[in-house]
Design a protein around this ligand. Structure first.
Ligand SMILES: [Zn+2]
Length: 84
């Protein structure tokens, strides 16, 4: 239930590359909490996901959906601080 941040590449359940950028996830992404896994188990680079999330939410029809499979997802928080 709900989204989570991936902290180890072994936690990736479905895809090992970001569907938005097509780049493979790496350990640095894990460390900086830059990988988010949605309810549907699809994972994205967090920053890219937020960009599409903001874009998608301009239309009520795509509100709170996975940009890949369009499954309903939990509300995702905007993270103000990046890892320090
Ligand atoms: Zn999905």
């Amino acid at each position: 239930m709900g989204y989570k941040f991936i902290t180890s590449l072994n936690d990736l359940k479905f895809n090992t590359s970001c569907y938005i950028s097509n780049h493979k996830f790496n350990e640095a992404d894990c460390k900086s909490k830059n990988i988010i896994e949605l309810d549907c188990k699809h994972a994205f680079h967090y920053k890219l996901f937020m960009k599409s999330y903001i874009e998608l939410n301009k239309s009520m029809y795509t509100y709170l959906k996975c940009p890949y499979c369009m499954a309903d997802i939990s509300k995702i928080p905007f993270r103000i601080t990046i890892n320090k």
